[in-house]
Design a protein around this ligand. Structure first.
Ligand code: UDP
Ligand code: MG
Length: 315
């Protein structure tokens, strides 16, 4: 069985050599042929040179480099497209995905699983972030059409046929957590201890996480649009009930004219709700706009990709 490791790298010059050493060690231990594909996602710190050096010293290394930063989703897509293995493992370059787990993944794959998913525990994460994440996943699993799991990221082994399935999903806006769930196939999840990142803070700011969460909600269903319908119906009902009540009060106790606060609250509340729903609709339209352009997901600036038909390196 041939294995392909796909590693997206963005500004990882400090760790990429160390990563390659650790990973080569584990891959050699499997005694299977392998290749490692590094995708340089437009790094500005010399990651590309580091990758070229690694590739010069190791024939099992292939790399490609984007013309600019296209994002991790695009980098993973490029790696999957060029992967020649019977199974592919997606892995971060920053050593937060322990290379020691490769053997375990292969073993589980051997038992017939098409997706072997590594799930990190949230040990060491800030409590607020854990709580937010839990709430988010609870919510999204109530709403969305595909089930997403807390702590599950891109670190996983994917069989050839599952990769081929993924590659058939050509949407521009790629929310891979959802894509992985969408393709189906036999999957198994195993847990590993959370690894703290070595250099300072995560690149995920709160805003980025929020937007990512929104992406997850909007990429896989149109329920938010439906929510607008229900909310509209509910508000109409409330308005009618309120009007009836006011008429009854006016008929029995005569007409008074307070209600200034009620009026302002109703106007601002409704205005806010309408803005939110307009935004939701705008999000969907924006997605249609991007999809309809049919732009490529990335542009390759440089690579050492072997021409088709060349035998894979490795053990
Ligand atoms: N990455 C990438 N393009 C980007 C951002 C990140 O290819 O625009 C890569 C990065 O080099 C790393 C992986 O994606 O290998 C995960 O990134 P990071 O560690 O910043 O994310 P986190 O671990 O906080 O989820
Ligand atoms: Mg990381």
């Amino acid at each position: 069985m041939r294995l392909t490791l796909v590693v997206p790298c963005y500004n990882e010059v400090d760790v990429v050599a160390r990563f390659h050493q650790a990973v080569s060690h584990e891959l050699a231990a499997t005694e299977e042929p392998y290749e490692v594909i590094y995708v340089d996602d437009g790094s500005k710190d010399g990651t590309l040179d580091a990758l070229a050096a690694i590739a010069a010293a190791d024939p099992s290394v292939r790399y490609l480099s984007f013309s600019r930063n296209f994002g991790k989703e695009a980098a993973m897509l490029a790696g999957l497209r060029h992967a020649g293995g019977d199974a592919v493992i997606l892995m971060d370059a920053d050593l937060q995905h322990p290379p020691e787990l490769i053997g375990r993944m292969l073993e589980l794959h051997g038992r017939g699983f098409d997706q072997v998913i590594a799930r990190r525990t949230r040990a060491g994460d800030p409590a607020t972030r854990t709580l937010l994440a839990r709430t988010y996943y609870w919510m999204i699993n109530k709403w969305a059409d595909v089930e997403l799991m807390d702590g599950v990221g891109d670190f996983r082994l994917i069989s050839r046929r599952a990769v081929d399935g993924l590659l058939k999903l050509e949407e521009y806006n790629r929310f891979s957590k959802g894509l992985f769930a969408w393709i189906g196939f036999e999957s198994i999840v195993f847990e590993y201890e959370n690894v703290k990142r070595e250099d300072g803070r995560s690149r995920w700011s709160f805003r980025k996480l929020f937007e990512y969460g929104l992406d997850g909600l909007l990429s896989f269903n149109n329920k938010p649009l439906r929510a607008a319908i229900y909310m509209g119906m509910l508000l109409t009902l409330i308005a009618v009930a309120y009007a009836i009540w006011v008429i009854i009060v006016a008929a029995t106790q005569g007409v008074e004219m307070p209600g200034y606060v009620t009026l302002i609250a109703a106007i601002t509340g409704l205005g806010g709700l309408q803005m939110v729903m307009l935004g939701v609709m705008g999000e969907y339209i924006g997605r249609i706009y991007y999809e309809s352009k049919h732009r490529p997901h990335y542009l390759i600036k440089e690579s050492n990709l072997a021409p088709p038909g060349v035998v894979l390196g490795g053990a």
